[in-house]
Design a protein around this ligand. Structure first.
Ligand code: DQA
Length: 143
């Protein structure tokens, strides 16, 4: 199975950024572990701080990959354009938030992207990406 994880702005700083909220592990370290656990699957990764680059990647992979796991980070709360890109593709997208956005500031509780996704996971740390992957595998095997 061919899956891509797409991370949005500031997630390149995981492990250094607000570690009380997002934890001490870098995404590279997490991804290394995930790829080791799922060696029979292809897990591509893309991170950008730029909205248009995220949209380009959604369009590029959204007709070819078996699943997209997306954390649009701050853009989840603001980007009509990313939500439209998710609606415009064929590949199923699972939204992941590391922190529980519903227990944080009010402005984080609007998620423009979530309704365009198959489902979303919030507040389960980096483990949320693994759960999203398990869901996509489960979905594929029951096709
Ligand atoms: C986040 C939550 C967002 O509100 C925030 O802007 C992020 C990360 C999360 O993974 O918890 O950058 O998407």
């Amino acid at each position: 199975m061919k899956v891509i994880i797409i991370n949005g702005p500031n997630l390149n700083l995981l492990g250094k950024r607000e570690t009380d909220i997002y934890g001490k592990m870098s995404f590279d370290e997490f991804l290394h572990q995930l790829r080791n656990q799922y060696q029979e699957h292809q897990i591509a990764y893309f991170q950008s701080n730029v909205e248009g680059e995220l949209i380009d990647k959604i369009q590029e992979t959204g007709f070819e990959y078996d699943g997209i796991i997306m954390n649009a980070a701050g853009y989840s709360h603001t980007s009509v354009a990313i939500a439209d890109a998710i609606r415009g593709i064929k590949t199923h997208v699972i939204e992941v938030h590391i922190s529980n956005v519903f227990s944080r500031e009010d402005y984080r509780q609007t998620l423009l992207t979530a309704s365009a996704c198959v489902g979303s996971i919030s507040g389960l740390g980096l483990y949320g990406y693994k759960l999203a992957l398990d869901f996509l595998l489960h979905q594929k095997s029951s096709e």
